[in-house]
Design a protein around this ligand. Structure first.
Ligand code: SF4
Ligand code: SF4
Ligand code: SF4
Length: 381
């Protein structure tokens, strides 16, 4: 009969995938000239690698912190522990419990100490999992957000601190720019009114023991399902998919996506009202592009590879008419792929964005450039 330690070890080894990768959203998959390495640079375990049109996750190395999902500009990495919707729901439920004007999100380390009532906060593996859009959404409804850590100095996730602090600063800057009063703060302690009573701690420990075996059974089922799917895949289709198939590309066009987190952040800013001024602000969430008219040869590669449709090439009425480029700032995620894909170095993405550019939602006509050249199917890079 296996010991509890054996069961723990097995449960750990079959744990579910913490991060989903949506290949066709990743700019490095879309074009091998992409210089985006945001995820691999943020990962302190070297668990994620990007090369040759692929992005790979090493499940053995990944500790499920979620840092990569917070920094990916195109939402190609999706956190499953917990998914965004579940985290938002947890946070809403916790506010209903406290009745306070503050949302509390705590890391698993401090949560495991059972010093605070788990109904009064939402839990994430590490605070670096929390992205700007969630905090902006609460701020736009007048809630402060408190992120509680478990004393990071001795934590295995401690090197992700830079990501957490960067996201907090960027969110506070946006709130300030939009004249909001909510604040995002960080602490190593829960507020006093979240404290657990001793009898609650005892009840919770008993529930957790029962929950452990329940979730272990679920994980075993999930592992069996994954193994079965792998088996079927190997039998039915052992030919690796081409890049074109992975990208679902047809007739030279690549799929384009709405960015859910970015849209949520824009909706939150809209709820806050007008920005206090129209001076450009520095952001990694959106970008603004400019063209060098002299260098652009009209190949349209920038628009073709843009994952969001922020850049569009509009042909002239005839082959001799100049064409134009349309750019929609609110759809640009500052991924930089247009700049990387342009062989002529004719396009530049800036992280300085004006509130009026961001919130107009109307495409800007960048400029009329050279007469149109054929913009048909091209081989993927
Ligand atoms: S787009 Fe996202 S997944 Fe792709 S390389 Fe950049 S950060 Fe990584
Ligand atoms: S979740 Fe954390 S450890 Fe896993 S790949 Fe992403 S950054 Fe690396
Ligand atoms: S316009 Fe450029 S930087 Fe913006 S989303 Fe499209 S490819 Fe990325």
């Amino acid at each position: 009969m296996p010991s509890v330690e054996d069961v723990m070890e097995i449960a750990e080894s079959i744990r579910d995938r913490p991060i989903a990768i949506v290949d066709e959203r990743c700019v490095a998959v879309r074009n091998r000239n992409s210089t985006c390495k945001c995820c691999s640079e943020a990962c302190i375990k070297d668990a994620i690698s990007v090369s040759n049109n692929t992005v790979k996750l090493d499940l053995n190395a990944c500790m499920a912190c979620g840092a990569c999902t917070a920094v990916c500009p195109t939402e190609a990495l999706v956190s499953l522990e917990p998914p965004d919707e579940a985290l938002a729901q947890q946070a809403v439920n916790s506010v209903e419990q406290t009745g306070e004007n503050q949302v509390i999100i705590a890391c698993a380390r401090i949560a495991s100490k059972l010093t605070a009532d788990p109904r009064k906060f939402a839990e994430v593996p590490c605070l670096c999992r929390v992205d700007e859009s969630l905090m902006l959404s609460f701020a736009s409804h007048g809630f402060d957000v408190l992120l509680v850590d478990g004393n990071c100095k001795t934590c295995k996730y401690r090197d992700t601190n830079d990501v957490t602090d960067f996201v907090i600063d960027q969110t506070n800057d946006l709130i300030e720019k939009w004249g909001g009063t909510a604040q995002i703060t960080r602490s190593s302690e829960f507020p006093a009114d979240c404290a657990m009573r001793p009898e609650d701690v005892r009840n919770l420990r008993a529930r957790e023991r029962r929950g452990f075996f329940g979730s272990t059974a679920d994980k075993a089922k999930a592992a069996a399902y994954t193994a079965a799917m792998k088996e079927l895949h190997l039998k039915g289709d052992d030919k690796p998919k081409s890049l074109r198939e992975r990208l679902q590309a047809a007739h030279g066009h690549l799929p384009q996506f709405s960015m859910v987190r970015h849209d949520n952040a824009l909706n939150a800013l809209d709820r806050m009202g007008q920005a206090v001024d129209d001076e450009p602000f520095n952001t990694t969430m959106w970008g603004h592009v400019t063209f060098d008219k002299e260098k652009c040869n009209g190949c349209g590669m920038c628009a073709m590879f843009c994952p969001t449709g922020a850049l569009k090439k509009i042909d002239g009425k005839s082959a001799h008419d100049p064409y134009t480029m349309e750019f929609t700032c609110s759809a640009c995620t500052d991924c930089g792929l247009c700049e990387d894909a342009c062989f002529k170095k004719a396009i530049h993405v800036s992280e300085m964005v004006k509130p009026s550019q961001l919130m107009s939602f109307e495409p800007e006509t960048l400029q009329a450039i050279a007469p149109s050249q054929t913009f048909g199917a091209r081989p993927l890079s």
